[in-house]
Design a protein around this ligand. Structure first.
Ligand code: NAD
Length: 481
């Protein structure tokens, strides 16, 4: 059985405990590799390596840092088929999605920040002819990056790339549910000539490795993406230590559809925004609000399209649109929410059950894309994050009602608005409580834009300059002339 290794001080090594956790292929429900069960001793080793590398790396000219990072992205591109296959086996998403969506984005993340750092400048604030202030932006030191299982390499690189580009050294922890592509990335980093200790990857459980990173007194910043509850725990521990924190957390995103929208375009995108990656994208629109004049038309067309197009099954099969749910635990959680929706009075319009494909995938974890109607906006199904292929549809009559329902959850990550009325679109965008608003599109991403949520969806922003600013400390120098 393939054993994944930690990547510490430029070498692939086993965990100090010599213990491993089973790593499952969700499409077959079988263990296919072993993930290190690391602990605080491995985090300490990684910290020491990162600390030792910091002096050199932070003083390495940005051009050289950039060259190494671009080389990493090129090697990832060279091996895209291998990485895409590994991600699909580890995570359960369709292979076409790994190959055409996630891996290209991971490559872009590394290239984007690897080149952005060459253009990253700081400010000057002259005070007439008496004085000049200038801002020095220096790397923080050793930083921690913790990432989730839904877009494993995509979100892992989204954190580590700006951190190392800015001159920090990193101790990173990928999700123990999907560790494989981060492991493959360590091999690429070695081949690309990333100096030892600049990036260290410690695999293992959140309460062991993640919390060891959070409590470590010398790890000065934590960039975390994951669940809101975990984010709250990290904040509770890290805040009294005055660590810099970036928290990208859960969502319960509204998709507001007005009667004047471009119906066909909206329908195609709404199928995607509801069910892409089995609905396991923090940006998926899970609460769909539809203006009453087109509610029945939308319902019929949406259900028909989902039933006829979203083939559930083996992620390696080219015709599969909906792959496996990432783990047995998550599979059971999503199914339990479908039961809750029924108890709360919801009507299942399609899906609502597990799927058992024939052959080698018979024991994998599959759920049919599920559409539910008839629920109040404030019931638990409509308030809590499900993070699977489950959406609700609800009619509305006025802009105010749509906004009230959209803003009614504790979350505020992303939102989508479909209308051809420009004034209404801008007004809604201004009033919706979310960090991201898509108008007449979904998941259209420019890596320079600020990315993150409000309320319980997080604190801070990633992306572009926001990320480079997060991973640097600003120091103002005032010179009297
Ligand atoms: P999770 O919170 O369970 O785990 C995320 C990471 O945190 C994992 O690496 C895990 O091992 C680690 N962790 C767990 N307990 C920890 C602790 N006590 N201390 C430190 N680290 C710990 O989340 P998940 O189930 O892996 O991911 C799904 C969640 O992530 C969903 O809520 C989803 O909305 C969210 N998410 C948010 C975004 C965003 O950008 N806002 C993006 C993707 C996913």
């Amino acid at each position: 059985m393939q054993k994944i290794a930690n990547y510490i001080n430029g070498a692939l090594i086993e965990p100090t405990s010599k213990q491993y956790i089973d790593n499952y292929n969700p499409s077959t429900g079988t263990v296919y590799s072993l993930c290190p069960d690391s602990d605080e001793r491995d985090v300490e080793l990684a910290y020491q390596a990162a600390e030792a590398a910091f002096e050199d790396w932070s003083n390495t000219p940005t051009e050289k840092r950039s060259r190494i990072m671009v080389r990493i992205s090129e090697l990832l591109e060279r091996d895209i088929d291998k990485f895409a296959m590994a991600e699909t086996i580890d995570q359960g998403k369709p292979l076409w999605l790994s190959k055409n969506g996630e891996m290209p984005r991971a490559i872009s993340n590394i290239r984007f920040f690897g080149t952005a750092i060459e253009h990253f400048a700081s400010e000057a604030h002259p005070m007439g002819n008496h004085a000049i202030n200038y801002t020095l932006r220096t790397p923080i030191g050793v930083v921690g990056c913790i990432s989730p299982w839904n877009l494993p390499l995509y979100l892992f690189t989204w954190k580590i790339a700006p951190a190392i580009a800015a001159g920090n050294c990193v101790v990173a922890k990928p999700s123990e549910v999907t560790p494989y592509t981060a492991y493959l990335l360590s091999e690429i980093c070695m081949e690309a000539g990333l100096p030892a200790g600049v990036l260290n990857i410690v695999h293992g459980l959140g309460p062991k490795v993640g919390s060891a990173l959070t409590v470590h007194p010398k790890i000065k910043a934590i960039s975390f993406t994951g669940g809101t509850k975990t984010g709250a725990e990290i904040a509770r521990v890290a805040a009294p230590m005055f660590k810099k924190l970036s928290l990208e957390l859960g969502g319960k995103n509204p998709n507001i559809i007005f009667a004047d929208c471009d119906f066909d375009k909206m329908l195609n995108e709404t199928v995607r925004s509801s069910f892409l990656n089995q609905g396991e994208i923090c940006l998926c629109g899970s609460r769909i609000f539809v203006e009453r004049p087109i509610y029945d038309k939308f319902k019929a067309a949406f259900v028909e399209k989902v039933k006829s197009e979203l083939v559930v099954g083996n992620p390696l099969d080219a015709k599969t649109k909906t792959g496996a749910i990432v783990s047995k635990m998550h599979f059971e959680k999503v199914l339990s929410y479908i039961e809750l929706a029924k108890e709360e009075g919801g009507t299942i319009l399609c899906g609502g059950h597990a799927v058992k494909p024939e052959g080698e995938c018979a024991n994998g974890w599959y759920i049919a894309p599920t559409i539910i109607e008839g629920l109040s906006y404030d019931c638990r199904t409509n308030q809590e994050e499900i993070f699977g292929p489950v959406v609700t549809i609800t009619p509305f009559d006025t802009d105010e009602e749509a906004l009230m329902m959209a803003n009614s959850t504790e979350y505020g990550l992303a939102s989508t608005i479909w209308t051809e009325n420009l004034t209404r679109a801008h007004k809604m965008a201004a009033e919706i409580k979310a960090g991201i608003v898509w108008i007449n599109c979904w998941l259209l991403r420019d890596l320079r834009t600020p990315f993150g949520g409000v309320k319980s969806s997080g604190v801070g922003r990633e992306g572009g300059l926001e990320a480079l600013r997060f991973f640097t400390e600003a120091k103002n120098v005032c010179v009297k002339l």
